[in-house]
Design a protein around this ligand. Structure first.
Ligand code: GLC
Length: 659
């Protein structure tokens, strides 16, 4: 180790054939060998695959080589940096502006174990409401009640499933947080109530900048000032920067009383029926002059005091925590204000442990093929950093998607743990129907597939909530001893069983796919392939290549227009011959009762047996249901690929089926 005034560093050896993953929100190659990675939350608008400082700053990574892996959590919130052999070949370095060198070495050897220990330390996500796993539609902005009602109607008329509509900054009165524009949204409560009858949930954006309002009564500003909740400079002046509402001030979310106050500000939104909050611009992002005028990005001075009086620090130590503590204030506030229903919280910025309070989206991407391709390594690296509930803006935020790009993006978006389409003001609209019939049909089909996969997905969320496992996984997560997976970023696994090999280029209709060791089935045709091998698969615009591992059991629900349309009265298990086991997790999907035992798990097993009379048989064993929650009476269809199907009424008892 070494140190000098204001910095401390530590060096370690890079072993032969060692690869480096995680590091929070990182696109580009999956493996960060030879990179320098800074941890400093930044509004990374216009980011590229080479951008270093991103919205999230998570000083964690895992180093993997065949048969061995370990994780490093650099326990500092100050500016810090990893240098993975960039400065000196064969040596990695971590340095920070902290006074102490404090880090954890987490033994694996496999990624799953590393993440389990890392999330034991930094926390795991709570179970989200089930509706948050449905399709989300967003735009900057659906800017009036009329527009929102029309949007909702359009989804239902066209029979494209959708659960969530996001309202961007224009719902507010002059961008004042915790207000509604009386012209655009004269009666939000009635609007939300009416549309909730048709299954819609609403998420509103909230930014940390509070408009400095010296004349009119504006409680968030008046109260915050009165109680001294806003960040001040070292000289004691209330700090201000420019954001959407013009000159704004910023709460010090590191203080508990400020978080509590901020959380309570959501009361009116909750009263209007809002079920989720989208926290934006919380790196924090601001300019030194009004938006639109040429100016520069700023943040609080590094010596600005922050945090509770008895544990005060400066912005230098608090910077990376700003967004995270805002999301925490929001999540804790919503849990107080909506004590019987799970809420959805989304944040742009965060630090290690952000998963405890919020889902994360990756900020402002662009409507270009490159960004579609870049989305998977970014989401996979977040997943390998303990953040499982993640998504990118489907269709791209800035710029104009083409019909083909949008169709391909919707297919990939089906795999995002948070599936939300978004688009920037003055750019092409990104609703599933705006690109004509052919693309609309593709969007419908993939959103429907998402809804059919909900029992599988919901179980993956439970796994994330209980073990820290990612939902979307790079192949190396399950094949850490296969060097061919170490840099494979354009194929992904959704959970352990489903592998996608999406198309990322215009005009491409064939795709080269790597199948790791084992037997794989084509999701669409049921065709069997033997790995490890490369195959070329046909991928016309209608088809995203999808494969399933032998021994997989995939539970499917009937298509619904929204997740709560009706109880899941039919369940289909698609079983792929081989050896395997899968535990289905269920609860009511909306309350906190699961915390006190109201959940159910059912374990399914598949194997083959050779009987003298019948030859080779596939056996599906269903263990008795565990837990206190009772699902609706339902019919279960077990479909063994290539062998046929059987049905039974599910009463929770064990059974054995042979095919
Ligand atoms: C930021 C967000 C984007 C949002 C916009 C307006 O750019 O990243 O998602 O639409 O602000 O609120």
């Amino acid at each position: 180790m070494g140190w000098r005034q204001g910095a401390i560093a530590n060096w370690k050896k890079i072993e032969a054939d060692e690869h480096f993953y995680g590091f929070g929100e990182r696109t580009g190659l999956l493996d960060k060998l030879s990179d320098r990675l800074t941890n400093w939350t930044t509004d990374a608008l216009d980011y590229t695959s080479l951008t270093d400082e991103m919205y999230q700053a998570i000083p964690f990574f895992m180093a993997l080589r065949p048969e061995l892996g370990y994780g490093i959590f650099f326990n500092t919130t100050f500016w810090s940096q990893f240098d993975i052999g960039a400065e000196q070949t064969g040596v990695w370095k971590m340095q920070s502006q902290d006074k102490n060198l404090d880090y954890y070495i987490i033994y694996g050897p496999e990624p799953a174990q590393i993440l389990q220990t890392y999330t034991q330390l930094t926390g795991r996500m709570p179970m989200p409401p089930r509706w948050a796993l449905g399709y989300h539609q967003c735009r900057w902005s659906y800017a009036s009640e009329e527009e929102v009602r029309q949007l909702a109607q359009e989804f239902r008329q066209r029979q494209i499933p959708c659960d969530v509509i996001h309202l961007d900054i224009d719902y507010m009165r002059g961008f004042r947080v915790f207000t509604w524009s009386p012209q655009r949204f004269p009666d939000p409560k009635t609007m939300v109530k009416d549309l909730s009858q048709n299954g819609f949930k609403f998420v509103t954006i909230i930014d940390p900048g509070v408009k400095e309002e010296t004349e009119a009564d504006y409680l968030p500003f008046d109260e915050g000032l009165e109680h001294d909740y806003f960040v001040r400079t070292a000289e004691g002046k209330v700090f201000h920067g420019y954001v959407w509402p013009g000159r704004a001030v910023f709460p010090d979310f590191l203080r508990e009383e400020v978080r509590e106050w901020w959380g309570n500000q959501h009361q009116d939104l909750v009263d209007a029926g809002i079920a989720g909050i989208w926290n934006d611009m919380n790196e924090p992002a601001m300019n030194d002059r009004p938006f639109g005028d040429p100016g520069k990005k700023i943040w609080f001075p590094l010596d600005a005091p922050q945090g509770p009086v008895d544990e005060q620090t400066t912005h230098a130590e608090a910077h990376n925590l700003y967004g995270q503590m805002m999301a925490r204030a929001c999540a804790e506030g919503l849990e107080r204000l909506r004590p019987t229903a799970r809420s959805f919280v989304l944040t742009r910025s965060g630090y290690a442990g952000v998963q405890r309070w919020s889902a994360v989206w990756t900020g402002d991407n662009q409507s270009l093929w490159e960004y579609l391709e870049m989305s998977l390594p970014a989401l996979c690296n977040l997943g390998l950093s303990g953040v499982a509930f993640v998504g990118e803006d489907i269709g791209g935020f800035a710029g104009n998607a083409t019909a083909e790009l949008f169709a391909r993006w919707m297919q990939v978006g089906m795999l995002y743990p948070m599936m939300r389409a978004h688009s920037m003001i003055a750019s092409a609209r990104h609703e599933p129907w705006v690109f004509g019939d052919r693309v609309e049909k593709i969007c419908r089909e993939y959103i429907e597939l998402r809804y059919r996969l909900l029992p599988y997905l919901y179980t993956l969320f439970w796994e994330a909530a209980t073990t820290g496992a990612p939902i979307l996984r790079p192949l190396l997560y399950h094949f850490p001893n296969d060097p061919k997976t170490y840099n494979l970023y354009d194929q992904v696994l959704l959970g352990p069983s489903l592998m996608a090999a999406p198309v990322y280029r215009p005009g491409v209709e064939e795709r080269l796919v790597y199948l790791p060791e084992g037997v794989w089935y084509d999701w669409w045709s049921g065709e069997m392939h033997q790995g490890a091998s490369h195959i070329v698969t046909h991928a016309p615009l209608e088809k995203m290549p999808l494969f399933v591992r032998a021994g997989a059991i995939i539970p499917l629900a009937p298509v619904m227009q929204y997740t709560d349309e009706r109880p899941m009265d039919e369940l289909r298990l698609r079983v792929y011959p081989g050896e395997g086991e899968w535990t289905l997790y269920e609860d009511d999907g909306r309350s906190f009762e699961y915390r006190i035992g109201a959940w159910a798990t059912t374990t399914y097993r598949v194997h083959s047996s050779d009987s003298e009379t019948d030859g080779s048989q596939t056996v599906v064993e269903i263990a008795a249901r565990q837990g206190e929650w009772q699902p609706q009476p339902r019919q279960v269809t077990v479909e063994v690929i290539g062998k046929g199907e059987q049905q039974f009424e599910d009463d929770g008892s064990d059974r054995r089926l042979t095919f």
